[in-house]
Design a protein around this ligand. Structure first.
Ligand SMILES: Cc1cc2nc3c(=O)[nH]c(=O)nc-3n(C[C@H](O)[C@H](O)[C@H](O)COP(=O)(O)OP(=O)(O)OC[C@H]3O[C@@H](n4cnc5c(N)ncnc54)[C@H](O)[C@@H]3O)c2cc1C
Length: 306
């Protein structure tokens, strides 16, 4: 059999090779470590330029091509790269993580083995109040005094759950049934393999400020400690065009154009006409879209028109 490209070598990322198998600690007892990977920035470029062959362009052009692909949502070249992680995550956080269906997963089995003997412990200064504005989110930190009480209660609850679980196992109850009252704070472990396109989607959703703090911590470390080293051009483009960018709807861009022209009253009028604002006596009521728009304007340092 004739080798069509004898010079072909396996793309490697020396920076990622250096951290292969190293544990990155997350939360109090979780971790992420890279088990394996396929491809690099150059594999993305090579896939995009399949008709030209590798090695015909300069690094600066590679960076430009990656930025073009990401900016214009040409996604398939990013699917040529894959990352396999070993993760240790509290079950409540894992429940959010596992919703990302485009990964391949093997999770530690608590039917086959005794559950991981560790729970996510919340320190007194880590408890968060329910957010007033976001029904799904957290607000300010809880007072130290209350935090201390909550952490003590948590420790008692963890100890009781562990005692009941191990008692059931000692009595011969099947592991698959004994586990049913383990707390959601129990750590689980999994191998998680995903292609770079879907990994970036995961990171965009889970690094976002609307995601829960715990999963955000995992996403932050995957992004800043792993992806940034593995595919630096892609990471840079992802931050530029996805993570730190703003997208504007039709209404938002029209209102912004009016604001740039100094037509504040017209901008406000348009928001009323489109139902984004409602006047309730002296109060102005914002729709959810209006408050999201306000966040965008704040990011750009533009005063609100209402
Ligand atoms: C801040 C936040 C709050 C959330 N709140 C809730 C909640 O309250 N309740 C809840 O149930 N979930 C909630 N989720 C989970 C969310 O709805 C998604 O299930 C999760 O983020 C996975 O996203 P995904 O489907 O895009 O990712 P993946 O499953 O990785 O899929 C990636 C992409 O592949 C495509 N795809 C994958 N599978 C299919 C399919 N079967 N059919 C068509 N296209 C497919 C889609 O384009 C999808 O975007 C929340 C997520 C976030 C980030």
């Amino acid at each position: 059999m004739k080798n069509q490209d004898a010079a072909l070598s396996r793309p490697r990322s020396s920076e990622l090779d250096d951290i292969l198998g190293l544990n990155f600690p997350v939360l109090d007892d979780g971790f992420i470590r890279v088990i394996d990977y396929m491809g690099t920035d150059s594999a993305i470029v090579q896939a995009a330029r399949v008709s030209y062959g590798a090695g015909t362009k300069q690094v600066s052009e590679d960076r430009g091509l990656i930025r073009y692909l990401l900016r214009n949502r040409h996604t398939t070249p990013f699917e040529m790269c894959e990352l396999k992680l070993h993760v240790r995550v509290p079950m409540d956080c894992w429940r959010q993580w596992i919703r990302h269906r485009t990964a391949s997963v093997n999770e530690y089995s608590t039917r086959y083995s005794v559950a991981v003997d560790a729970c996510r412990i919340t320190q007194p200064d880590e408890w968060r109040l329910q957010s007033d504005i976001n029904k799904q989110g957290s607000g300010a930190a809880i007072s130290q005094e209350l935090g201390e009480r909550l952490s003590k209660e948590e420790a008692k609850l963890h100890a009781l759950c562990k005692e009941v679980y191990t008692g059931r196992l000692d009595s011969g109850v099947a592991r698959e049934q004994a586990r049913k009252d383990l707390p959601l704070s129990t750590y689980t472990e999994a191998y998680w393999k995903i292609d770079l396109h879907n990994l970036l989607h995961f990171l965009a959703l889970r690094m976002d400020s609307h995601a829960q703090y715990e999963i955000r911590e995992y996403a932050r470390i995957i992004g800043s400690e792993i992806v940034s080293k593995w595919v630096p051009h892609t990471w840079e483009a992802f931050l530029e065009y996805r993570m730190n960018s703003l997208s504007l709807s039709d209404t938002e861009s029209r209102v912004l154009a009016l604001l740039v022209e100094g037509k504040k009253a017209e901008a406000r009028q348009l928001l009323y006409e489109r139902g984004w604002l409602q006047a309730n006596q002296a109060l102005i009521k914002e729709s959810r879209e209006a408050s999201e728009f306000r966040e965008k304007l704040e990011k750009m340092g533009i005063p609100m028109p209402w």
